[in-house]
Ligand binder design. Structure first.
Ligand SMILES: NC(=O)c1ccc[n+]([C@@H]2O[C@H](COP(=O)([O-])OP(=O)(O)OC[C@H]3O[C@@H](n4cnc5c(N)ncnc54)[C@H](O)[C@@H]3O)[C@@H](O)[C@H]2O)c1
Length: 248
């Protein structure tokens, strides 16, 4: 698959799944914009890819102003994005649902859902006027088959999964495809929060037993899915588990 000439904006791309997607897209010829709260790491990822093919920017995806600034910088550096990956995410630690405070709940919904609202409002008119594009959202199997202790996060990802399908049907007339990638627990900065216990080999075993293929999701697994969904012209509205069989 080839992404030559494509322009991709990826949020939360300073680490984890987003970083892997950025590297994979750039390796296939795309120009990439790495957007993250962590400016230093975003710029480091861009530098590792190369200044001619990547830029790194600080933006808080919960802020419409920041989204607008990131899109303006993208257009200025490379052009209107063909691919947007809404990957930035936030969770509470695995814990009883009554213990999660309101500020944490609000942040989860803002980062995981409202950020997609802002991105759609800001970017869809550009993509429409450009003849189309692809939006990929990073949902989760948490929004399909929930684990206890992650209720508010699970709910936010259920919304991500569903709104992606709704966006797909509504944006199809403008040739904007929308798909959602649903990873299982992955080896990233969020793993320990999802486990709700120290990341030790013994504790990992407790979760691995619930994944038929017997391993966690690696960033490269999500990057593979992101390449396929970005490059296949006729696929939209797909909720793709990248989960070693967790949802079976
Ligand atoms: N790791 C898992 O087990 C897992 C499983 C399923 C889905 N996911 C989802 O995958 C996505 C990527 O997470 P990851 O696992 O790579 O974790 P990660 O912590 O490595 O990456 C998340 C990135 O998002 C950035 N971010 C957080 N809030 C932001 C904001 N307001 N504005 C801009 N950037 C922000 C962080 O700085 C970080 O670089 C998230 O949406 C997460 O919910 C993760």
């Amino acid at each position: 698959m080839d992404l030559q000439g494509k322009i991709a904006l990826i949020t939360g791309a300073a680490s984890g799944f987003g970083e892997a997607i950025a590297h994979r897209y750039a390796g296939l010829g795309a120009k990439v914009v790495i957007v993250d709260l962590n400016e230093e790491k975003a710029k480091a990822v861009a530098a590792a890819i190369g200044a001619d093919r990547a830029i790194g920017l600080r933006a808080d995806v919960t802020s419409r102003v920041d989204i607008d600034v990131a899109l303006e910088a993208t257009v200025k550096a490379f052009g209107i994005p063909d691919i947007i990956v809404n990957n930035a995410g936030y969770t509470h630690k695995n814990q009883p649902l009554l213990n999660v405070d309101e500020a944490t709940f609000d942040r989860i919904l803002n980062v995981n859902i409202k950020a997609i609202y802002h991105m759609v409002q800001a970017a869809v008119p550009l993509m429409r006027d450009n003849g189309g594009g692809v939006m990929l959202n990073v949902g989760s199997v948490a929004g399909i088959r929930p684990r206890p202790g992650l209720t508010w996060y699970n709910g936010s990802k259920g919304a991500t999964n569903m709104l992606s399908k709704s966006l797909a049907v509504e944006l199809a007339p403008w040739k904007i495809r929308v798909n959602v990638i649903c990873p299982v627990m992955g080896v990233t900065g969020m793993l320990e929060d999802f486990m709700g216990m120290p990341d030790t080999p013994e504790n990992r075993t407790k979760f691995l037993s619930s994944i038929p293929l017997g391993r966690f999701c690696e960033p490269g697994d999500v990057a593979d899915a992101a390449v396929y969904l970005a490059s296949s012209d006729f696929i939209t509205g797909v909720e793709l588990p990248v989960d070693g069989g967790r949802v079976i």
